[in-house]
Design a protein around this ligand. Structure first.
Ligand code: KIV
Length: 275
């Protein structure tokens, strides 16, 4: 097959990420917008258009209200602005749980309309069949076990998982079932470090930890959390910047300049040509 466009840089894809099991750690951050995706592309193996976008960007209390349309718009922006990183998009609540056929229709729509390379689903035991259905039909799937934010209504709150032995076992089974179904990687969220290590040893595909263990095959954080855009972040977040402070300082300086008529200055206005 010939192509008119010669891509000099090949984007990472599911097999590249799967092959990193037990090798150099996989770097993942969420991204929701073009300018942030463009900056992160150089530094990340995977850009995750997480449904956390509902909380982080749209101010929702949880991810339940996130729609296919929201995910598609944000994923399109991230794909447009990146060239090297693999782009993985979350399937929102209600778009894949009902039946494997519905999941296939929604997942293929997501990939066709965005140009992303894979979808992510939160994988309780029952979702393994759907993962298998999608993978057999050519849809690369990243799975997500442990704390599953889309289960917030069943759980009552976002709670760390795997403290009791039966729950630990169930999460380990979710991870094993995801791998058996063909997931190319597994996000492990909000579990005790020992469980994250057990999962990482038990499965042959990379684990990507968040609030889990440095022993995972990779790490993911919500980008706005690590950039310090919020006053409060969960314990597992390390802040690498204080953008909230920076933005507040910039807004205050701008407001003062406007009020004192120092902005715009001569360099920031247009002048008519003489004569
Ligand atoms: O929605 C999201 O951002 C996620 C990550 C936190 C793993 O699922």
């Amino acid at each position: 097959m010939s192509s008119h466009r010669q891509e000099t840089i090949r984007r990472k894809a599911a097999p590249d990420i799967a092959a990193r099991k037990g090798k150099t750690p996989i770097v993942v951050l969420t991204a929701y917008t073009a300018p942030i995706a463009e900056i992160l592309d150089e530094h990340c193996d995977v850009l995750l258009v997480g449904d956390s976008v509902g909380m982080v960007v749209h101010g929702l209390p949880n991810t339940i209200g996130v729609t296919m349309e929201m995910m598609i718009l944000h994923a399109q922006a991230v794909v447009r602005a990146s060239r090297k990183a693999m782009v993985v998009v979350d399937m929102p609540f209600g778009s894949y749980e009902g039946s494997a056929e519905t999941a296939y229709v929604n997942a293929t729509r997501m990939l066709k309309e965005t140009g992303a390379q894979a979808v992510k689903v939160e994988a309780g035991e029952t979702v393994a069949e759907t993962i298998a259905y999608l993978v057999k039909r050519g849809v690369p799937v990243m799975s997500h076990v442990g704390l599953r934010p889309q289960a917030v209504m069943m759980d009552g709150a976002f709670k760390a998982k795997g403290k009791a032995a039966d729950e630990r076992q169930r999460i380990l089974e979710d991870a094993r079932a995801s791998e058996a179904a063909g997931a190319f990687a597994i996000v492990v969220e909000g579990v005790a470090e020992g469980l994250a290590k057990d999962i990482t040893e038990a499965v042959g595909v990379p684990t990507i930890g968040i609030g889990a263990s440095a022993g995972c095959d990779g790490q993911v954080l919500v980008v706005d959390d690590m950039l310090g855009l919020f006053s409060w972040t969960p314990k597992f977040v390390r802040r690498y910047a204080d953008l909230k402070g920076e933005i507040a300082r910039a807004a205050a300086a701008y407001a003062e300049d406007v009020r004192e008529r120092r902005f715009p200055g001569p360099a920031e206005i247009y002048f008519a040509k003489a004569g």
